[in-house]
Design a protein around this ligand. Structure first.
Ligand SMILES: [Mn+2]
Length: 359
């Protein structure tokens, strides 16, 4: 009889343990890492900030760097303008994060800004709130405005969290357990759970190292993605139920009215991933999410282009903007009129794209 080897998965729940990075990091990262390290070592009071309405990479990269610098016995604070969304609350660290009030002044001699294309991305948080603090700008968006005294902008990085990991590797810094979980959160959210085009071999190796260090992928996934309230799920059900398909299946749209929010009790923050609902339709070229901000008065439109169509150009026709694949605009019109105007332009864009491809 053939010998059968069975492998049982460990049922023990794991917890990340602190990890000193074994390698010296990517040689290409060394000069910039050295510059940033010197600034950090010379600083007495460090402020770290990220963009408004924080996402997983923003929360994750700021907490990770904060925890790493605390371990180096630095006086460091992460300043927040908005609350941490419920699903990232496990990354709260006692005494590290602090809410700031617009207009207040805070003492710091180094300001590190993460995951933000420009200073306007900080929202109510302004660099003037940290007088005389030079700015270190660490980001992975190609459109970054290089607003810092030191700028580390690498658009090949999947997340700002990846750059924090690479910085720590170059500097030989210890990465405490909460920072490991924070970095994994940054990766899993900014890559769409390791699905988007930024999912490189390098990012998967980094994820593997985090898992080796004890990060539990399933527990993290549960905390982030299986942590919705009943109100949020009911709102999502309404969004799915509203699906409209047009242009022979090339346009998929969903709609939420003001009443959908009030009746379910869910807020607009629940809709962050809703543009992904119509995007999943096979054959769709444009995915559209209409949502009413003020009944009868203000309608927002979120646009995702799956293929050829330039979502930004479409949004610009109505005074909006964004990226080629993701854009948005708004209408000071009742929902029905806004939809009529937008669908006319969207259908035209689809026809043009099809004509160009000879279909
Ligand atoms: Mn990011």
């Amino acid at each position: 009889m053939a010998k059968v080897e069975t492998r049982k998965s460990s049922r023990l729940s794991r917890r990340a343990t602190e990890r000193r990075l074994p390698q010296l990091g990517d040689p290409l990262d060394r000069p910039i890492s050295q510059e940033i390290r010197e600034r950090i070592e010379a600083a007495k009071k460090i402020a770290i900030v990220g963009h408004e309405r924080p996402d997983g990479d923003c929360v994750g990269s700021t907490v990770a760097l904060g925890e790493i610098l605390r371990k180096l016995e630095k006086d460091v604070t992460v300043y927040l303008a908005d609350p941490i969304p419920e699903r990232f609350r496990f990354l709260e660290s006692t005494g590290l994060q602090r809410f700031c009030k617009p207009g207040e002044k805070y003492e710091a001699d180094l300001l590190i800004i993460l995951d933000s294309t420009g200073l306007d991305r900080l929202g109510p948080l302004k660099p003037e709130m940290f007088p005389n603090a030079p700015i270190v700008n660490i980001d992975h968006h190609i459109s970054n405005e290089n607003f810092g005294e030191i700028n580390w902008v690498d658009s090949t990085a999947a997340a700002a969290g990846e750059l924090i990991w690479r910085l720590a590797a170059c500097c030989g810094w210890s990465v405490p357990s909460l920072a490991l979980e924070a970095l994994y959160t940054a990766l899993v959210t900014d890559t769409g759970q390791f699905a988007y085009s930024n999912t490189t071999a390098r990012i998967l190796r980094m994820a593997a190292e985090l898992v080796e260090a004890g990060v539990d992928p399933e527990a993290t996934w549960r905390r982030i993605f299986l942590n919705k309230s009943e109100a949020e799920l009911k709102l999502e059900a309404r969004a799915r139920g509203s699906l409209e398909v047009r242009s022979g299946g090339h346009i998929a749209a969903i709609t939420l009215h003001r009443s959908d929010f009030t009746e379910t009790g869910a807020g607009p923050e629940a809709t962050q991933e809703f543009p992904g609902i119509p995007r999943a339709l096979a054959g769709a070229m444009l995915a559209i999410f209409f949502y009413e901000i003020e009944a009868g008065k203000l309608t927002k439109v979120s646009i995702r282009s799956i293929r050829e169509i330039d979502a930004c150009a479409l949004a610009q026709q109505f005074g909006g903007g964004g990226h080629r694949q993701a854009a948005g605009c708004s209408f000071k019109l009742p929902m029905a009129e806004a939809k009529q105007a937008f669908f006319a332009a969207a259908e035209k864009a689809v026809e043009e794209a099809l004509a160009k491809n000879g279909q």
